[in-house]
Ligand binder design. Structure first.
Ligand code: NAP
Length: 248
């Protein structure tokens, strides 16, 4: 795929799915904007991106911070003059039951990153995406469609993200802007370890029809497809990529 000349913002580009996505956009010759809070992790990713020769910017930012969100858009426009694609991958997951005293604290910690930040970046980027007839890819989760225990707050926010994706697609479609979501199933990244869950990805294999866990590059391939003109007729959709997890 050749995305030469396209300007792509990827949040959560320091790790996992966002990192592989930034790498694949650079490999496709896109001008890529790497956004994450973790500068050290982004340095590793940016080295890989630079090896492909495409231009990139690295922005250390907390997507849930209003000023940082504005800085992401302003810095991108200053350097590249336009925005073609916004990929919202940054998120955190907190494991915990409704019966835990920490449930609401976990929710409060997640809501600004996993949901509000995406709404805000969408609002800030939309006027520029209209100019390029660009698109947005939101990274949701199969958790948005399941009733798994102990991830209720995370799952609820992902379900809300699915609805916002459709709402944004409906509102921006007449301006030529597409908005889609991808719902991965278990995918090897740091997310489970960081969530405090008492299991590993290996424990989740048997919860999939194909008895496997995805690699981040499988999700990144789908993100690039949705971001490219190959999917020019797709908007308001939510693509599941879960090794058959939802059918179990
Ligand atoms: N991996 C899975 O099994 C799976 C399944 C379904 C959906 N997803 C979704 O896929 C997306 C990517 O997750 P992942 O699995 O790749 O997890 P990951 O490896 O933990 O990557 C998430 C990245 O987002 C960054 N981030 C967190 N809060 C941020 C903030 N406020 N501002 C900027 N960056 C922030 C993290 O930085 P730190 O490392 O510093 O926190 C991390 O680099 C998420 O939306 C997740 O919900 C993942």
């Amino acid at each position: 795929m050749n995305l030469k000349g396209k300007v792509v913002i990827v949040s959560g580009a320091g790790s996992g799915i966002g990192a592989k996505t930034a790498e694949f956009f650079s490999r496709a010759n896109a001008n890529t904007v790497l956004v994450d809070m973790n500068e050290a992790k982004m340095k590793n990713v940016s080295e890989k991106c630079k090896a492909f020769g495409a231009e990139l910017i690295v922005i250390k930012a907390d997507v849930s911070n209003n000023e940082d969100a504005k800085r992401i858009i302003d810095t991108t426009l200053k350097k590249f003059g336009k925005i073609d694609v916004l990929v919202n991958s940054a998120a955190v997951a907190c494991y915990g039951s409704i019966l835990d005293e920490t449930f609401m604290k976990s929710y409060d910690g997640m809501v600004n990153i996993n949901l509000r930040a995406i709404l805000q970046l969408t609002c800030l980027a939309a006027p520029y995406l209209i100019k390029t007839k660009g698109n947005i890819v939101n990274i949701s989760s199969v958790a948005s469609m399941q009733t798994s225990r102990n991830i209720g707050a995370y799952a609820t926010l992902k379900a809300a993200l699915n609805h916002f994706t459709r709402t944004a697609a409906a509102e921006l479609g007449c301006s030529g802007v597409r908005v889609n979501a991808i719902s991965p199933g278990p995918t090897y990244t740091d997310i489970i370890k960081n969530s405090g869950a008492p299991f590993t990805f290996e424990d989740l294999k048997s919860a999939t029809l194909l008895n496997r866990i995805s690699e981040p590059d499988e999700i990144a391939d789908l993100i690039l497809y949705l971001a490219s003109d190959k999917s020019k007729g797709i908007t308001g959709s939510n693509f599941v990529i879960d090794n058959g997890n939802l059918l179990m």
